[in-house]
Design a protein around this ligand. Structure first.
Ligand SMILES: C[S@@+](CC[C@H](N)C(=O)[O-])C[C@H]1O[C@@H](n2cnc3c(N)ncnc32)[C@H](O)[C@@H]1O
Length: 105
């Protein structure tokens, strides 16, 4: 695994990464996206969730995006996969371009 994605305190430029949660059923610290609330104790700045929601139907995608909106800080970022979209599914995020969305205020 890439060192930058190991959990714990990391430095990435001038940004300190305090904690990383893996939203992946193969990880030890796994989070099942279908079971809300997720075991996360703080609001997150950023969620990478690439090539995951595409396997779920639209109502389930809406459920997951709503959950992401819930656990992100105000104006937090969500990055999804190139084949995925929030168009017609959730209006809780602003589309910034490509795969990048930002939680609306
Ligand atoms: C195609 S892989 C994408 C992996 C990685 N995000 C990437 O872009 O390479 C789909 C991933 O969705 C995860 N997944 C499937 N159902 C899930 C669920 N209910 N909760 C969390 N992760 C799930 C699987 O563990 C798998 O790693």
């Amino acid at each position: 695994m890439d060192k930058a994605f190991e959990p714990g305190i990391q430095q990435a430029g001038d940004v300190e990464i305090k904690e990383i949660y893996f939203i992946d059923t193969k990880s030890n610290k796994k989070i099942n996206l279908l079971e809300f609330p997720y075991p996360i104790n703080e609001k997150l700045d950023l969620i990478f969730c690439r090539n995951v929601v595409i396997y779920f139907d639209k109502p389930t995608q809406k459920f997951i995006f709503n959950n992401f909106e819930e656990i992100l800080k105000s104006q937090g970022f969500l990055i999804i996969g190139h084949s995925e979209t929030m168009f017609g599914i959730s209006d809780k995020f602003k589309f910034l371009g490509h795969t990048v969305y930002q939680k609306k205020i």
